[in-house]
Design a binder for this molecule. Structure first.
Ligand code: C2E
Ligand code: CA
Ligand code: CA
Length: 615
């Protein structure tokens, strides 16, 4: 009656006693599966159990490696290793011995005499070397129609299998199929839980475990380890301009390339986005890390080719060491991250090793952001105005609004100290909007009081060129009925290169607002590109003005900018004019406007109002 439970095939006539033996074997093996015993151990146990039931036999399990299309021995605890070696690599065909033929035909192959059976004719060397007499093999199936391996019993004697033996073979192959399928599923579940789907690297949660284990080991063995955090430079641009598909391919490229320069024992994971991490264990010589960094930076010197695109990308790397820079996984990662940010700050495409000063820097930065938030609420920001004068008529034609921070403790803080941090933290949007409102209100008030028109220039950060910020600005302007032709927005070259920003800039231009290109000459845009941009003014960067009296090439450059700018119909402003010589040279070249300490520093509104008296 129990035979029914195990659903034995009825074509074999086995005795109740034999059926019970099979049932016991099946139960014992499945029990181990349920207990979570490692599958290799279970497969070995199954081989032993089968050998017990068939005297003088040797059991073997082969698995079909689909990617290589050959068979390898997965378990054969009683077979000598030389024989296993000889069997590995067997390619399934209609005469590839019992196992190769069973997998090929997906049918059991009961070879009773290996010396005469044509299925073994190509393997006579093996037959001689290992004195195989008979070999019965049954395919292991995971899906119904495909064999993924074989289970075989061999003997030194010629031998015909009894119905019971055939039943044993088929039952065993069936159980092995279940075990392997389970294993496969667990593997893919494991993969899902531990692998990054895009790159196939370890994911963050898995890496955390790897690092924790590595730290345990390093503690007990007193060894060093290094954590390297890699963050791609400008990856967001790739994603924004080339699309996410290309972005994904770039990440895969990075994963592949970096993997190639890593040692076998190094761990490599993708933490998310464009951030990767490398763990080097048992670090004996720190220069290994230097070498690795060198190799990684070299990798990025090649052009990345993805689909039909080709571009350059670089990476910034931060490194921390155990035990010097941290004893816990969290601290090591945080410090490597801090070092990576320092690398970004110092111009990207480089590596920085963590040191304590960096943490102080970060703390300073965090405090500053919190203080800036408070300053917005407390109205501690103020706007100064620096006039721009016409080179010919000497008249005040415009002002540039420049923000300052009236700090309760540190006094007046220059925007150079806080603008970039405000940009990184996103707070620039709020600060920028506040400056925008304040400056517009102030100038509108002057004009309403009868002061002659002049233009108001306001600096915009790249972060403010999104549709939300633009809309807020539009509302402010409409709300106060601001004369749009008096407004000028100063943007930098890098900003104009962004396609989204360009789109927003064009909207502003369409409203009648003028755009001027700030710090011209320091970025990447060429005069030729300016033609396609919605700008009406160029501000020659201060650095060119500074040395013009001594520096011939600066003079030539300034001349060229002015001439070409004019040919494009642009007005030219020189900023940072501090001396009469500079002013005279610029006037001689036909520069339209002059801004600088020579004529006036940026001043508070009350002080600027005094200048109007002389208009
Ligand atoms: P910028 O837009 O290039 O502004 C001109 C800077 O040059 C100002 O520095 C001004 O004080 C300084 N300057 C003017 N004439 C001279 C001169 O003759 N000699 C020298 N050595 N310097 C001169 P400031 O006010 O410290 O502003 C620095 C930068 O901060 C600005 O450079 C601008 O990029 C940014 N910034 C200022 N206010 C804002 C703002 O409201 N929003 C944004 N996004 N950025 C701002
Ligand atoms: Ca400016
Ligand atoms: Ca400037």
């Amino acid at each position: 009656m129990k035979a029914k439970v195990i659903s034995l095939k009825t074509e074999y006539q086995v005795t109740t006693e034999q059926a019970e033996k099979l049932l016991r074997l099946q139960r014992e093996i499945l029990e181990q599966v349920a207990l979570g015993v490692d599958y290799r151990t279970i497969l070995n146990a199954l081989c032993y159990a089968a050998e017990q039931l068939v005297s003088d036999s040797l059991a073997s399990i082969m698995i079909y490696d689909e990617s290589h299309s050959f068979l390898t021995v997965l378990a054969a605890p009683s077979i000598p290793s030389e024989a296993i070696e000889a069997l590995n690599g067997l390619i399934p065909s209609e005469n590839a011995g019992s196992c190769g033929t069973a997998v090929h035909s997906n049918e059991p192959q009961y070879v009773t005499d290996t010396r005469t059976d044509c299925r073994w004719c190509d393997l006579q060397g093996f037959v001689e070397n290992f004195s195989i007499g008979a070999c019965w093999s049954c395919p292991i199936k995971i899906e119904k129609d495909t064999a993924m391996g074989s289970f075989a019993l061999s003997s030194f004697e010629k031998r015909t299998p009894s119905a019971f033996y055939k039943q044993l073979l088929e039952t065993s192959a069936h159980i092995i199929g279940i075990i392997l399928k389970r294993e496969q599923e667990e593997q893919s579940l494991w993969q899902l839980a531990h692998r990054d789907v895009l790159t196939g690297l370890e994911n963050r949660s898995s890496f955390n475990k790897t690092l924790a284990r590595a730290l345990d080991f390093a503690y007990t063995q007193n060894t060093q380890l290094a954590v390297l955090v890699l963050d791609l430079d400008g990856f967001k641009d790739v994603n924004d301009t080339q699309g996410h598909d290309v972005g994904d391919k770039v990440l895969q490229w990075v994963a592949e390339q970096v993997q190639q320069v890593l040692g076998e024992t190094d761990s490599f994971a993708r933490l998310g986005g464009d951030e990767f991490v490398i763990l080097i264990e048992e670090l004996v010589k720190p220069f290994v890390v230097d070498q690795l960094i060198e190799e990684i930076l070299m990798l990025f010197k090649q052009k990345i080719k993805v689909a039909s695109h080709q571009f350059s990308l670089s990476t910034s790397i931060g490194v921390s060491f155990f035990p010097d820079d941290g004893q816990t996984a969290e601290k090591l990662l945080r410090n490597a991250d801090t070092a990576m940010y320092a690398a970004k700050k110092s111009g990207r495409n480089c590596a920085k090793i963590y040191h304590e000063d960096l943490t102080n820097l970060v703390e300073h930065r965090v405090n500053l952001v919190a203080e800036m938030r408070a300053a917005l609420v407390n109205q501690d920001f103020i706007v100064h105005y620096q006039p721009q004068f016409c080179t010919k008529s000497q008249k005040l034609l415009g002002v540039e609004a420049l923000v300052r921070w009236q700090h309760f403790d540190k006094g007046l803080i220059s925007p150079q100290t806080f603008i970039s941090i405000a940009e990184q933290s996103g707070l620039i949007k709020e600060i920028g909007l506040w400056v925008f409102i304040t400056a517009c209100q102030q100038c509108k008030k002057w004009w309403d009081e009868g002061v002659a028109d002049f233009s108001l220039a306001i600096n915009l950060s790249v972060k403010q060129l999104d549709s939300e910020s633009i809309q807020q600005m539009q509302e402010v302007l409409m709300g106060m009925n601001f004369p749009l032709h008096n407004l000028e927005l100063e943007v930098t070259e890098s900003l104009v290169m962004h396609s989204e920003s360009l789109h927003e800039l064009k909207k502003l231009e369409a409203m009648g607002i003028r755009i001027s290109m700030d710090d011209f000459g320091t970025g990447y845009s060429s005069l030729a590109q300016l033609k396609h941009l919605p700008i009406s003014k160029l501000k020659i960067d201060r650095s060119f003005i500074k040395d013009l009296t001594e520096n011939e090439s600066d003079r030539i450059l300034i001349k060229t900018i002015i001439a070409l700018g004019h040919s494009l119909g642009l007005k030219i402003v020189a900023e940072g004019v501090e001396t009469i010589e500079q002013q005279d040279f610029l006037a001689a070249q036909g520069c339209d406007l002059i801004q600088g300490y020579l004529r006036s520093r940026p001043v508070p509104p009350e002080q600027l109002a005094e200048l109007f008296v002389h208009l």
